[in-house]
Design a protein around this ligand. Structure first.
Ligand SMILES: Cc1ncc(COP(=O)(O)O)c(C=O)c1O
Length: 361
């Protein structure tokens, strides 16, 4: 079996042991004579997996007791819309920190539902090269919540500290850096993440939300969109995305086995340092557009001297079994996503290729 070096931005690579476990379970899950995909979401076999997955999120992040962990469908994009439906009552306004394309989409959805404004916006033209400095953020102390995007997948920027929001609930889209390291859940009213980058396949979005926010949520919205519905039903109100949740279970059980999020953070920092050092060593050739203090440990973006060279770079890398390196269609350039499952050896292979490429270009 030849596995490639997978630098995809999401869906992305998953740890091999988690996939092998799925392979073993595929036809006969735990001696039940059927696949986990074929089990009822209301049966004991699946229920145990479901609760284990929720338990692993709680365990790995030390989630306090006053938070729910929910598994929803519709991706992070669904949460862009259901967040204001639930937590932005009439007469209130929400603050959004606009740091990239996904943050813009989140704000746009909130403005369809109620009143929401950009409390900071670091766009320069259509591009973003950093997150805001504290003095660039003007918050409304009466806001229903403050929304941020902790890692900006398209532009390769990441927050390395949290904004001071006083008593206003801080809500974070962590889709592209969820569980890249341990973090203090109690600093947030809610965090959410499409699973398909760091912790599983597509098809499920993880929401960690303070219980009092769920209870205070608006009731005048469809039942299926209320976070309270999913909290009251342990995320089994309707048919759950069972296979996706099963795979999250596998990924997180493996994460725990290798030492939890502290070990994941150590690995991620090592990978990102190696790649950024390779970019900085050749500043005439590789240009990192992102300001250093905002560089992402998850999505490393860089440019080459011309688009033709960028195309050649991607094509030649593919010949060496490195995939997913083309930048987002909106930004162009190169993007290497170094999510939790990307091995250090893949980054070493990329860096060695980069050094050779400079010589032949
Ligand atoms: C930061 C961020 N937010 C939201 C999304 C959208 O997620 P989904 O496709 O699960 O709706 C993405 C997808 O790449 C993302 O990177």
């Amino acid at each position: 079996m030849a596995r490639v070096h997978n630098f995809n931005a999401g869906p992305a690579g998953l740890p091999l042991p988690a996939l092998e476990r799925a392979q073993r379970d595929l036809l006969d899950f735990d001696g039940t004579g059927m696949s986990i995909i074929e089990h009822s979401h209301r049966g004991k076999a699946y229920e145990a997996v479901h609760n284990e997955a929720i338990g692993l999120v709680k365990d790995l992040l030390s989630v306090p007791d006053d938070y729910h962990v929910l598994f929803l469908q519709g991706g992070a994009s669904q949460v862009f819309a259901t967040l204001p439906m639930n937590l932005l009552p009439a007469g209130k306004s929400a603050d959004y920190l606009v740091t990239g394309g996904w943050a813009e989409k989140a704000l746009e959805e909130a403005q369809r539902v109620g009143t929401a404004r950009a409390a900071a916006n670091t766009a320069v033209g259509k591009s973003f090269t950093r997150v805001p400095r504290p003095d660039e953020i003007t918050l409304d102390p009466a806001a229903a919540y403050v929304h941020m995007t902790t890692n900006n997948t398209l532009f390769g920027t990441q927050w390395h500290g949290l904004p001071s929001v006083g008593g206003v609930p801080l809500i974070a889209d962590m889709s592209s850096d969820f569980m890249w390291k341990p973090f203090d859940v109690s600093k947030f009213g809610m965090v959410y993440a499409g699973a398909q980058k760091n912790i599983g396949p597509s098809g499920v979005v993880v929401v960690v939300i303070r219980k009092d926010l769920v209870e205070a949520g608006r009731k005048d919205i469809p039942i299926i969109f209320r976070y309270a519905t999913h909290a009251a039903n342990n995320s089994l109100y309707n048919t759950a995305p069972t296979f996706s949740i099963y795979l999250i279970r596998n990924v997180l059980a493996y994460t725990k086995d290798i030492g939890g999020l502290a070990e994941i953070e150590r690995r991620n920092r090592r990978k990102a340092s190696l790649l950024y050092a390779a970019i900085d060593e050749n500043p005439e050739f590789y240009r990192g557009p992102v300001e250093k203090e905002s560089r992402s440990t998850m999505n490393v973006v860089f440019r080459l001297p011309s688009e033709d060279l960028e195309k050649r770079f991607v094509a030649e890398a593919a010949k060496k079994h490195m995939v997913g390196l083309a930048g987002h269609r909106l930004t162009g350039g190169i993007r290497a996503s170094l999510y939790n499952a990307v091995p250090y050896e893949s980054v070493e292979t990329l860096v060695s290729f980069m050094k050779d490429f400079v010589k032949t270009a």
